[in-house]
Design a protein around this ligand. Structure first.
Ligand SMILES: Nc1ncnc2c1ncn2[C@@H]1O[C@H](COP(=O)(O)OP(=O)(O)O)[C@@H](O)[C@H]1O
Ligand SMILES: [Mg+2]
Length: 274
């Protein structure tokens, strides 16, 4: 391929011009492998996720993005045939240690799924449930405060403040997804994992989620899986390209999309496959 070919996706290049800042590594994965029975879905993946940058996982369908994402809060534990090897730490703490409280871990490393999945309960209850079971709100007043601040952070408060008792499932798809983000935020997480959070949403609802990701950057370590390369370029500062269970390339989003080191990355971002 020639170097004159225009990049498939444009990114803003401010990141590259900015001098490198210190980053706080929030999660570190080393030599992670995942098997479903005998099928080897993730192969020797090592990656750091930091607080300062939004990290995007991209790659063709079936390459292992969701599988790897789920290793970061042990959601693979819920799949009986899944087996994970390697090391994953959260602020240096081994999340696969037998001492790790998995319920606590999933509050610290929250997850938002492809299809919005609010509980069939009120908007208020959707957000209040987590803080209540984690004992974060001793009094009703505290709980009200947590619910309001989580809904504000998720950019949903103005739209729902007068109908907190309405069912969460009666909201539009985009609102439901922001409700799910509020639910994750309410338990004061350190990391938020999002698995194709916009794939069921229209362009306007998608734009709102993308704005929200910008606003949340730095407050939480954020990882977003997306099959939409334009979205990765818009919302992330770091991009990891997966292919056939391998992490092929990981670096600054602007570099990955304009000057990838690996031929396989180049082929993918120029639309050669996937
Ligand atoms: N619950 C599961 N049981 C068995 N195999 C699975 C399961 N989930 C995913 N896989 C397999 O693991 C591989 C990676 O899938 P996945 O992580 O869903 O990829 P992606 O999210 O990149 O589309 C695929 O071959 C897929 O069929
Ligand atoms: Mg997936």
């Amino acid at each position: 391929m020639t170097d004159t070919q225009a990049p498939a996706v444009r990114t803003d290049n401010t990141e590259r011009a900015t001098p490198k800042r210190e980053t706080h590594i929030k999660m570190a994965a080393r030599d992670v492998n995942v098997f479903y029975g005998t099928s080897h879905a993730i192969r020797d993946v090592s990656i750091d996720v930091d607080m300062e940058n939004v990290t995007a996982f991209i790659g063709p369908s079936g390459c292992g993005k969701s599988t790897f994402l789920r290793t970061l809060n042990r959601m693979n534990d819920t799949i009986p045939i899944a087996r994970v090897t390697g090391d994953i730490t959260l602020d240096g703490e081994d999340i696969y240690s037998p001492d790790m409280d998995v319920v606590q871990l999933r509050a610290r490393v929250g997850m938002v799924f492809q299809k919005p999945n609010p509980f069939p309960k009120s908007i208020y209850e959707n957000v209040a449930y987590g803080p209540r079971i984690h004992g974060l709100a001793p009094a009703k007043r505290d709980l009200d405060g947590i619910v309001e601040s989580a809904l504000k952070r998720a950019g949903l408060w103005e739209e729902v403040k007068d109908r907190l008792d309405d069912s969460g499932t009666a909201l539009s798809g985009g609102q439901q997804q922001r409700l799910c983000i509020a639910r994750a935020i309410a338990v004061d997480p350190e990391v938020i994992l999002m698995d194709e959070p916009c794939s069921a949403l229209d362009p306007i609802a998608t734009a709102k989620i993308e704005e929200l990701i910008h606003a949340l950057r730095g407050k939480y370590a954020i990882v977003i899986v997306t099959h939409n390369m334009q979205q990765a370029a818009r919302v992330s500062q770091k991009t990891a390209f997966f292919h056939l269970g391998h992490l092929v390339e990981y670096g600054e989003t602007s570099e990955i999309f304009t000057n990838p080191r690996e031929e396989r990355t180049k082929d993918y971002i120029t639309g050669r496959y996937g």
